[in-house]
Design a protein around this ligand. Structure first.
Ligand code: ADP
Length: 410
C-alpha cells in the first residue's frame, strides 16, 4: 500500500507528549467504549480538498499484533471516498483471512481535522454491539483532541526550526561584530597615540590643550566601551542568548545598577567642555553655571555620563544654527536632577509617546540630521536601572525641547 512509504520520517518526528496523548485517548476508547482495536494514522499537511494518501500508522492498539496497523482494501476505499481520491493500490501482502475478519467488525473511520487541515484518521473497531449516538460523539471528540494535539506539535516543530535559523543568524552577526571590534581596535589605539603626542607638543596655556585632552578622553571612553563589550561576550552573556528554545536578551549596557555615589558636577564639567567646542561650529550658545562643590547622586559614573552626554548631544544636534542650550541642576524632595533645555526643533506631540523606543526617530526620520534612534532608548534604560526618572517637555519656554533626569540624591 502506498500509505506505508515514509513511515519512518513521520514516526521519528512524533513527540513523547503526542504519543502519551494517543495512549490516554486509546485507553478511553478501550476501557470506556470497549473498543477492540484502535489505530491512529497520520499524514503530512494536506488541505481538506486534496488530501494525501500517505497515511502512516502512528499509534495502534493492541500493539502486539503486527498485522493490525495495515488498512484493508475496503477501508482504504472508504478513506479515499471520504477524501475524494479514486486511485486505490492493491496490497497483495495483506493476509486474506485478516481482511475478512476485519470486515466483520463494527468499524468507525474518523478524519482528524483541525482548521480545515486533514491530519490523519482515527480507526476504531469492536466486534460486539454497533456504536450508538453517544459513543459516536465521544469518538468524534477524541478525534478532535488528537487533531488539535497534532496541529500543536506541527507548529511547535515549525517554531523550533525558526529558532534554529535565528540561532544561525545570531552566530553570524556575532562573528561580524567580532570582526568589526577587532578592526576598530587598531585605529583607536593610533588615535590615542597621536592625541598623546599632540598633548606633549602643546603648552598647557594653549587654548587647544583642552581640545586635545577632550579627544584623548573620548577615545579612552571608546576603548572602555569596546573592552566592556568584549568582556560581556566572553562571559557568555552576549547580546542574544538562546537557551533551551527560550530567547533571553541581555542588552549591552553599562553597569548602571551600581549604587555608587557619583559627583554630577565632575561629569558635567567634562562634558560641558566638549559640548561648547561642538556647539561653536553651529554658533550655538551653551550655558551652564555650576559651583565648585560636588553634588552626589546614586548611580554609576559611566552610566550617568552616557545619559547626560546623549541628552546634550541631542540638544545641540536638534537645534538650528545660532540657537541656545541651557544646562542646569535642579532639586526636588529626595531627588537631584539635571535639566537640559534647547531652543531647537522640538518633538511633536504625536512622537512623544514613542520617542524612547529603540530605532524610533519620529519626524527626524524624514529629515537630514543623521541618527539611529538608539540614544534615548539607552538613556531611558540606564536611568531606570539607576532607579531614576526622565521627563520630556516640548515645546518648552524656548519653543524647543527640555529633558529632565532625576537621580536619588545621596
Ligand atoms: P537619534 O538622535 O539617533 O535619532 P535618539 O534616540 O537620541 O536617536 O532620539 C530619538 C529621536 O528623538 C530623534 O530622532 C529626534 O526625533 C528626537 N529627539 C531627541 N532629542 C531631541 C531634541 N533635543 N530635540 C528635538 N528632537 C529630539
Amino acid at each position: 500500500m502506498a500509505f506505508m512509504d515514509n513511515s519512518h520520517s513521520i514516526l521519528t518526528n512524533l513527540s513523547r507528549d503526542f504519543l502519551a496523548l494517543c495512549q490516554a485517548q486509546v485507553t478511553l476508547l478501550t476501557q470506556n467504549l470497549n473498543a477492540a482495536w484502535v489505530g491512529v494514522y497520520l499524514t503530512e499537511d494536506a488541505p481538506k480538498k486534496s488530501p494525501s494518501t500517505n497515511l502512516i500508522p502512528a499509534y495502534f492498539y493492541p500493539q502486539s499484533n503486527p498485522n493490525l496497523p495495515f488498512l484493508s482494501e475496503q477501508e482504504n476505499q472508504v478513506l479515499l471516498l471520504l477524501h475524494g481520491q479514486d486511485q486505490v493500490e492493491q496490497d497483495s501482502s495483506l493476509p486474506h483471512d485478516l481482511e475478512t475478519k476485519i470486515n466483520r467488525h463494527n468499524q468507525i473511520i474518523m478524519p482528524l481535522l483541525y482548521e480545515e487541515i486533514f491530519m490523519g484518521l482515527l480507526v476504531v473497531r469492536r466486534s460486539e454491539s454497533p456504536w450508538n449516538e453517544l459513543e459516536l460523539s465521544q469518538i468524534e471528540k477524541i478525534a478532535t483532541s488528537l487533531a488539535i494535539a497534532r496541529s500543536l506539535e506541527k507548529s511547535n516543530s515549525w517554531y523550533q526550526q525558526k529558532l534554529r535559523q535565528l540561532e544561525k543568524f545570531i552566530n553570524f552577526q556575532d562573528h561580524k561584530i567580532d570582526n568589526l571590534l577587532h578592526q576598530l581596535r587598531n585605529p583607536l589605539t593610533a588615535l590615542r597615540t597621536f592625541a598623546k603626542l599632540l598633548l606633549k607638543r602643546i603648552l598647557p596655556e594653549d587654548n587647544n590643550n583642552k581640545v586635545v585632552q577632550n579627544i584623548l578622553r573620548e577615545s579612552d571612553r571608546l576603548r572602555d566601551l569596546l573592552q566592556q563589550f568584549q568582556q560581556e561576550e566572553k562571559s557568555n552573556s552576549s547580546i542574544l542568548e538562546l537557551k533551551g528554545g527560550l530567547v533571553s536578551q541581555t542588552n549591552f549596557l553599562l553597569p548602571a545598577q551600581s549604587s555608587r555615589e557619583t559627583d554630577l558636577i565632575a561629569i558635567i564639567g567634562n562634558l560641558l567642555d566638549s559640548a561648547i567646542a561642538i556647539a561653536e561650529e553651529k554658533q550655538i550658545k551653551v550655558e551652564g553655571e555650576f559651583g565648585k562643590n560636588p553634588v552626589f547622586v546614586q548611580g554609576n559614573s559611566q552610566a550617568i555620563r552616557e545619559v547626560v552626554s546623549n541628552l546634550i548631544d541631542n540638544a545641540i544636534k536638534y537645534t538650528p544654527n545660532g540657537g541656545q542650550v541651557k544646562i542646569e541642576l535642579i532639586k526636588k524632595e529626595k531627588y537631584q536632577g539635571i535639566k537640559i533645555t534647547d531652543s531647537g526643533y522640538g518633538i511633536p506631540l504625536e512622537d512623544q509617546d514613542h520617542i524612547f523606543e529603540r530605532n524610533y526617530r519620529g519626524v527626524q526620520q524624514l529629515g537630514e540630521i543623521p541618527g539611529t534612534g538608539l540614544g534615548l532608548a539607552i538613556v531611558k534604560e540606564l536611568v531606570e536601572q539607576m532607579q531614576g526618572q526622565i521627563e520630556l517637555i516640548s515645546p518648552n519656554e524656548l519653543n524647543g525641547t527640555t529633558f529632565v533626569v532625576w537621580w536619588l540624591a545621596s
